[in-house]
Every structure is written in C-alpha cells, then in structure tokens.
Design a protein around this ligand. Sequence first.
Ligand SMILES: Nc1ncnc2c1ncn2[C@@H]1O[C@H](COP(=O)(O)OP(=O)(O)OP(=O)(O)O)[C@@H](O)[C@H]1O
Ligand SMILES: [Mg+2]
Length: 264
Amino acid sequence: MTTGSIEAGEAKEAKSEGGAASKAGAAAKEKGDGKGKADAGGPSIVTLRKISRSFQRGRETIQVLDGLDLEVPAGSFEALMGPSGSGKSTLLNIIAGLDRPTTGDAEVAGSNLSRMSDGELAKWRSQNIGFIFQSFNLIPVLTAAQNVELPLLLTHLSSDERKKRVATALRVVGLEDRMEHYPRQLSGGQEQRVAIARAIVNDPKIIVADEPTGDLDRKSADDVLTLMERLNKEFHKTIFMVTHDPAAAERASVQRRLDKGALQ
Ligand SMILES: Nc1ncnc2c1ncn2[C@@H]1O[C@H](COP(=O)(O)OP(=O)(O)OP(=O)(O)O)[C@@H](O)[C@H]1O
Ligand SMILES: [Mg+2]
C-alpha cells in the first residue's frame, strides 16, 4: 500500500529541517521526483473536446457550454473566472465527473469519463478528485478528524491506516491540534482547512475548488490560497479553481475566463 505523495512530501519537509530526518527526506524526494513528476507544461491531465452542456427547463433549452475545448497540463494551478451564470461550476463539475456533458468527450486523469457507468464514475472520483467548496460542507455532528476520515470509509484501509492518514492530512493543513473539534468550534478559515484536509486525504491527482475563498475574510482567504499553492508546488497536485476574486486568481499559474459558453 503506497503511503501517498502527501506523506512523501512531509518527509521532504523534514529534510530541510536537517538532523536525523534528512536521509529519509532525501530518499522521499528522490522517489517523488522520479515518479510523480507533474510539472506544469507536461502531459495533459484534463482534455475536454467539443464539450457542450445544455439544460432543459420546460420547453426552453439553456445552452451553458458550447463546443468547448480545454487542456490542463498535469501539475498546473489554474483559475477560472467569468460572470455569474457563465457555466464555471458546470465546467468544473464535468472535469470532476460530477456531471456529464450533453455532447463531447472528457478525458481526465487517464480515463475517458463518457464511457463510464455512474458506479464506475463514483469510484473514479473517490480515487482521483479532491473537492473543495465555498461553503466547506463539513458535517456538523462529526469532529474535524471524523470529517476528514469520511472519504477513506469508501476504501479498504484499516482503521489504523485511516487514522494515520487523517493525522497526516490535518498536519499538512496545520490543524493537528484541532482534531477533536466540531465544525462549530472552528473559525471559517479553519473549517475550510479541514475541508482541504478531507480533499487531500485520499491523495487525489486533481483538486477542484469552486470559489474556495468566497465565504472567507481576506486573511483566511490568503491562508487558504497559500495552502493551495503549497499543495500544487510541494505535493504536485493539479488544481482547478473557480473564483470571482482577482486576488485569488492571481495566485494561480494560469488564468482562464469563461464567457458565453466558451473559454476566452
Ligand atoms: N441542474 C441545472 N438545471 C438547470 N439549469 C442549470 C443547472 N445547473 C446550472 N444551470 C444553469 O446553467 C447556467 C450556468 O450555471 P453555473 O452554476 O455553471 O454558473 P456559474 O458560472 O458557476 O455561476 P456563479 O458564478 O453564480 O456560481 C445558469 O444559467 C444556471 O441556471
Ligand atoms: Mg458557480
């Protein structure tokens, strides 16, 4: 069972602190660099071809996406902006396998999503995609640790292994001292960091974030964006972020704009 790049990345960090951890850190670095190399400009991890998505409302057809093409290189951090109602969330949901296009092909993380059944798609999502939403979506009656553990309940990992991974994910987001807190006992920024821990606990290749800083004050938003930058640079996660906030978009390495059903 792989320990995942999150743990390898942590070992890398230990290296920079020197001392006894340095050997293990160097080994993890070598392993990480050789294997999961995912620098921006590499092969595409998302390829959308002639994607259209329309919704039917009564007799009216709303054409949201119209023949859209998109390539996202593995390892990039992309921001998607555009007017409200332009279809940003619709596009993000198609990339993440939460929604299907009306026509067109989506190839994501090496799989052609259009050919999968709903069950296959759900399994694929749980292995490949981490989700971050504007409203955190934490379950109020579960502690931070239990919320982070949720995606792991769909796997065959032992309880001990799950606990280890939960602790690692919460350490990455700097909340190891809040494991037993309930969402109502956390600030908004902390809640979003728990949600980020939940998004990375399965070690997904791609993280999709739909307005992740929309409900946060500037300082908490900046902390969340710094964390996302770190997930991209240090842990080589490909990140696709929808945002209305120009300051957030600036932190990404690629800025895209969606308008009138097409990428500008
Ligand atoms: N399930 C649905 N059924 C019908 N119409 C939908 C559905 N989902 C989205 N739409 C419509 O598609 C359009 C695009 O919606 P979408 O949520 O993708 O926009 P958005 O760019 O994310 O907007 P915002 O910035 O406000 O979040 C809207 O006109 C919306 O009403
Ligand atoms: Mg939206």
